[in-house]
Design a protein around this ligand. Sequence first.
Ligand code: ADE
Length: 252
Amino acid sequence: MNFHILTLFPEMVMGGLNTSITGRAIDKGLISVEAINIRDYSKDKHHHVDDAPYGGGAGMVMQPEPIYDAYEALAARTGKRPRVIYLTPQGQVFNQKIAEELAKEEDLVFLCGHYEGIDERALELVVTDYLSIGDYVLTGGELPAMVMIDCISRLVPGVLNNDVSAEFESFHDNLLEYPQYTRPVVFMDKAVPDVLLTGHHKNIETWRRQKSIERTLERRPDLLKDAVLDKKEKKYLEELIRQKEEKETKKL
Ligand code: ADE
């Protein structure tokens, strides 16, 4: 999978993504990441890429031409016209489902804005998707692009060491991940749950599913409405809810 990032700060995104798991995935050729410096497409002798907004107002606006030209150059070079994601708090909020959908693409372009935004015409001409990473405002689109590329990369086969782990983590079946333990067996008087030491795979699997359900009910009950549970698990959840309600009525 090939990621192309249109940015004014190539070193920011490359520094982050060349590190750790995404860095190893790049080295192995499982993904590629290129940062395209929008400034390289400025025709201005001082390489300006922004100007004051028409109609007045604070700040500067990124001009349409360098962005348009950067995308067209990418399209000409690759012979493809990949989807272009504009990172903006005005977009749909990114989530695991969107990541899974985007992971099906062979190429993705991320357009990172700065200053007060990008001339609307550039957006109309090149952008296909508007995405946000949450309801807060950042100084630019680079961190959101890195967040999304990190998340999408780990869905690319081979990027995680362990092929099953992408599936089994948080949000698999819309449940949060169960708690994990490693050596030592006892730490600060806290012992690893016995079942994990038994080697009994079926019991361990049941325990982990139950912990996932408990944890989701406690921390993210909003996820449970779309959780994938079998009959026994539904019963288990109903019992947890009943106990919780009982506790709450006792408190009152
Ligand atoms: N640019 C600035 N803030 C952002 C956010 N929350 N998500 C995506 N892009 C942004």
